[in-house]
Every structure is written in structure tokens, then in C-alpha cells.
Design a protein around this ligand. Structure first.
Ligand SMILES: C[S@@+](CC[C@H](N)C(=O)[O-])C[C@H]1O[C@@H](n2cnc3c(N)ncnc32)[C@H](O)[C@@H]1O
Length: 447
């Protein structure tokens, strides 16, 4: 138990807020850990319970179904039942009686005796009769969807796009815990200095197998380290770091980042330019640009300017053909980052994908006007959906004869991703390097 609320109560609040307010689980978790001043151990359990229950929601509903049948259940009670069944099914170290006791106590506190009795009844029946077997599902695609907790329409869509084998691997990878990686601020420090500083703080860090300047921690939160506070590193997934390689800026250049917040790629590009030149970082939302200003200060960078603008109107603000490189890290469905934001798989729809693809096309069309002749346009998303990725990229080339494929993309990217590059584009699936699913396409404006 913590000062005010039990860990399971906090987990329950997060699960409710994710569903009710469409809030992001990772942000709520960070906030709750900070606000409750949880110990490292408690923070670990809270993370496991919250992420685990969210990741496995469809599987847990399958397990619960025979015990609740068609009863109308309040959402918070449903979350509490899922949270409890998650512990039954996946956390063998927690005894059943403790799981039931705590759920019943929360039931009494939040509801009334009747609800607590219902929760007790459901959980005791599960304890007695055991969980239903997933092996009993005949249809292999439905089985994959339930076993890995993905909506059936999404699994079918991925099978159409990637085939059964890759989809199976992707679904399985999506329910694994993500690695925590960071990018070393190369203009301010060296890898050795960061390693030394982090080890002194008790963090067990190792170098990335795939990228220079990427590190990972196996025993602690890099974002709360002094090295982070002192601007020696930025939290960023390895896939996301690839955009910096694709942009490959030179000192003194003028670069436009059309969709920049919270600034992971803006700061990478600014660091790669050794704090020279200018990176103009645009975003639709002013409050998000504040995060870039904070990061800029923390990292000691003076070559970033932030601008609030709808990227679909960027040419009203900047002179045409005035940037050496424009990169569009577009708003997308986020199906490549399900490990970090599991709620994405339950909330995004095919209509969202269609709408996003249309916004992506509009932003790219506008961005294209701002690239100098001979300059580069780099398009990226953290999704795996082909409608937002290769279809947008192919459509762009078809409608913009003043651009051509940038066939040198593979030469700029690290060797480890070479097998995933085709011509001017790269599609990484989460299982490829155990990093985020990610897409990059690069175009060159004809001279
Ligand atoms: C994938 S995120 C960018 C992540 C960022 N590049 C990074 O590496 O930290 C997409 C961003 O696009 C912004 N956005 C959405 N629609 C936009 C628009 N029409 N114009 C400009 N920015 C937009 C969102 O606010 C969001 O911050």
C-alpha cells in the first residue's frame, strides 16, 4: 500500500482514464508514478499491471466472457475484473486469494456491497473453474486476434498487407514490453562520457546493436537520470532515430520539420548540425511546441526555431524553395508503437486511416513547395499501414513530377536496416529489430 491509494486503485484509475478521456497510457503512468512518489518496485508493479491489462484486453475479455455472459457491467467494474484476471493469468507470483481480496476491497470502496459481492462471485468462479482455453478457438485468424489481443479487422488487414507469417510475428511482438532507448547528444558529449555518468548513477546501460549513438537501459528509467537532466541524452526509439540518418543534414543548412512536437527528430537533426544552421520546427499545437523549447534548452541547442502553423499552409509562411531539406514526420495511426501505447489498437479505425492518409498527402504536397531544387523531402510515420505509407509515397511521386526517388537512402542508413530498404523507402516492422514499426521514404527535387 502507498500513502493514499493502493497500486491497483491507481492502475484502475489509469485504465478508466485511457478509455473515458482517450488519454495516452504512457503519459498517465509517468504522471501517476511521479504524483504518488512510488518506489522503484511499486512503479514497476504499476507499470506491469496497467500495461499488461491494456495490452491483453481482448484476451482478458475472452477469459471473462463465460463468467459474466450478457450482464450489463459498469465500465470501472469491467476494468477491475480485467485487472484481476490479468494477474490470475499472467502474474504467477501473486496468490489468487490476494488478487480477490484486493479487488473486493476496491469494489466496496468504489461501489457498494452488492458490487463487491458480484466481483467476488466472478473471481471465485474463475478460480474454481479455471480460464477458458484459447486452443478451443477453431478459426486460426480469430485465435491469433484473441491470443495476442488485436481487433479482428486489424489482423485481417495486416494479413492482406503482409501475409500471415509477418502478421503473426507482429502481433506477438506487440504484446512484449518495449526496450527503453536513448540517443546520445553527440554535439555535447561522447558515448564514453554518457556511459560513465549513467553507470555512476547505478543504471545498467548497453550500446545498441543496431545504431551508433543509441543506448539502452535494462534496470532503470533513463528519463529520470541526471545525464538526461544535464542534456547528455534524449529518450527516443531506435526506429525514430533513423530519420536523422535519412535527413543527413550538413552544418549551416536550413531544414524544415513540418510536424515536430515533442521534438525527438528536431533535436536529433539540430545536434547532427553541431548547433549550426537552422532547424525550423513547426506544429499545429502551441502547447506541444513548448516541449521543444524545453528540450532545446536542456540540450543546449541554439539552432532551433519553433513556429505554430498548420503544415498544410506552410507555404504561406516560408519562401518557396528555401530549405535544403524538409522532413514530414506525419500524424499517423501509430500502429508501429502499439507496445508503448496499447490503446491505439482498440481505438483507431479504418476511417481514421483514410482521413490520416488524406492529411498526410496534403502536408507532403505543401512541404514539396518549400524544398530547394536538388534538395530532399523525407516522409516518415510510426505506423505499419500501407495506405499511410507506401501508398502515400507512391501517390506523391505520381503527382509531383518535379521530384524523383532518392535512391541513396540505403547508403545513408545504418547497415542493420539495409535488408528492409527498397529503393527510396524503408518499412520496419516491430519484430524486425524489436523497435517501433516505422516507415521512411525519401525524394529528391529535380534540379
Ligand atoms: C508523429 S508526431 C511528430 C513527432 C515528432 N516529429 C518527434 O519526433 O518528436 C506528429 C505531430 O504532428 C502534429 N500535427 C498534426 N497535424 C498537423 C498539421 N496539420 N500541421 C502541423 N502539425 C501537425 C501533431 O501535433 C504531432 O505533434
Amino acid at each position: 500500500m502507498t500513502k493514499n491509494k493502493s497500486i491497483r486503485e491507481v492502475a484502475l484509475n489509469i485504465l478508466e482514464s485511457v478509455e473515458k478521456n482517450r488519454a495516452y497510457s504512457n503519459l498517465l503512468l509517468t504522471h501517476a508514478i511521479f504524483q504518488n512518489d512510488f518506489s522503484k518496485k511499486d512503479a514497476g508493479l504499476l507499470t506491469e499491471l496497467t500495461y499488461g491489462t491494456l495490452q491483453r484486453k481482448i484476451t482478458l475479455d475472452y477469459y471473462l466472457q463465460p463468467f459474466i455472459q450478457r450482464k450489463k457491467i459498469e465500465p470501472w467494474v469491467m476494468h477491475l475484473l480485467r485487472l484481476s484476471v490479468y494477474q490470475f493469468a499472467f502474474l504467477s507470483k501473486i496468490p489468487d486469494h490476494a488478487i480477490i481480496h484486493e479487488a473486493v476491497e476496491i469494489g466496496k470502496k468504489r461501489g457498494h456491497k452488492g458490487i463487491a459481492g458480484f466481483i467476488n462471485g466472478v473471481l471465485r468462479s474463475i478460480q474454481r473453474r479455471g480460464l477458458p482455453s484459447i486452443e478451443a478457438i477453431d478459426d486460426p485468424i480469430e485465435k491469433l486476434a484473441i491470443e495476442t489481443s488485436h481487433p479482428l479487422w486489424l489482423v485481417k488487414r495486416w494479413i492482406d498487407q503482409y501475409g500471415l507469417e509477418k502478421t503473426t510475428a507482429m502481433c506477438k511482438e506487440n504484446i512484449r514490453a518495449p526496450k527503453q532507448t536513448a540517443r546520445i547528444n553527440r554535439w555535447k558529449t561522447s558515448g564514453d562520457e554518457v556511459f560513465h555518468a549513467l553507470k555512476k548513477e547505478g543504471l545498467d546501460v548497453s550500446k545498441s546493436e543496431h545504431l551508433p549513438d543509441a543506448i539502452q537501459s535494462s534496470n532503470g528509467n533513463l528519463a529520470t537520470s541526471n545525464a538526461f537532466r544535464n542534456g547528455l541524452l534524449s529518450i527516443q526509439d531506435e526506429s525514430s532515430m533513423l530519420v536523422g540518418f535519412a535527413v543527413d543534414p550538413k552544418e549551416g543548412e536550413r531544414i524544415l520539420d513540418t510536424c515536430s512536437a515533442p521534438g525527438g527528430k528536431t533535436t536529433d537533426v539540430a545536434e547532427r548540425m553541431n548547433n549550426t544552421g537552422t532547424v525550423i520546427a513547426c506544429d499545429l499545437h502551441p502547447h506541444k511546441l513548448k516541449l521543444i523549447e524545453e528540450n532545446k534548452k536542456r540540450l543546449g541547442l541554439a539552432n532551433i526555431e519553433t513556429v505554430v502553423i498548420d503544415a498544410r499552409k506552410a507555404s504561406t509562411r516560408f519562401p518557396l524553395e528555401s530549405f535544403d531539406c524538409v522532413f514530414v514526420d506525419a500524424p499517423c495511426s501509430g500502429f508501429g508503437v502499439i507496445r508503448r501505447k496499447p490503446e491505439i489498437k482498440y481505438t483507431k479505425t479504418e476511417t481514421d486511416i483514410r482521413k490520416l492518409a488524406s492529411i498526410q498527402r496534403e502536408i507532403l504536397h505543401e512541404a514539396a513547395k518549400l524544398v530547394k531544387k536538388g534538395g530532399r523531402l523525407v516522409y516518415s510515420t510510426c505506423t505499419v499501414d500501407k495506405e499511410e505509407n507506401e501508398q502515400v509515397a507512391m501517390g506523391f511521386l505520381k503527382n509531383h513530377p518535379d521530384f524523383e526517388r532518392d535512391e541513396n537512402l540505403a547508403k545513408r542508413l545504418p547497415k542493420s536496416v539495409e535488408p528492409f530498404v527498397q529503393g527510396n523507402s524503408l518499412q520496419l516492422l516491430p519484430q524486425d529489430l524489436q523497435s517501433d514499426g516505422f516507415f521512411i521514404a525519401s525524394f529528391q527535387k529535380k534540379v
